[in-house]
Design a protein around this ligand. Sequence first.
Ligand code: AMP
Ligand code: ZN
Length: 114
Amino acid sequence: MSECVFCKIVEGSLPAEKVYEDGDVLAFRDLHAQAPIHLLVIPKKHISSVREIGEEEGPLLGRIFSVVNQLADELGLADKGFRIVNNCGEDGGQTVYHIHFHLLGGRALGWPPG
Ligand code: AMP
Ligand code: ZN
């Protein structure tokens, strides 16, 4: 069994509040929501971070962002806006090394991040 917490969610051995799933992409609610809507959108395939992304992952990233847009529509975020965040590496604040895109919305979000 995988040691990766998000792979465990993909495999179903760790529970999560899933909001979208297809063959390649999974979206679920963040355990520690930082906004009224805070989802994590991930590829099912284990990719540690953005550092492993090259041109060959273009179609997968396209799938992920089309899921983001579908969820933004379904959750009523599209009109007022939302934020996509990817943290990469230690200084980037990455804590789970299975690439994920935070989808945050439902309130006005501050900038810059801390
Ligand atoms: P990051 O700091 O960008 O690596 O983000 C990791 C995110 O995963 C954090 O926002 C955590 O709250 C979230 N997280 C960690 N474990 C789980 C889990 N089992 N289910 C849902 N979200 C989680
Ligand atoms: Zn993983």
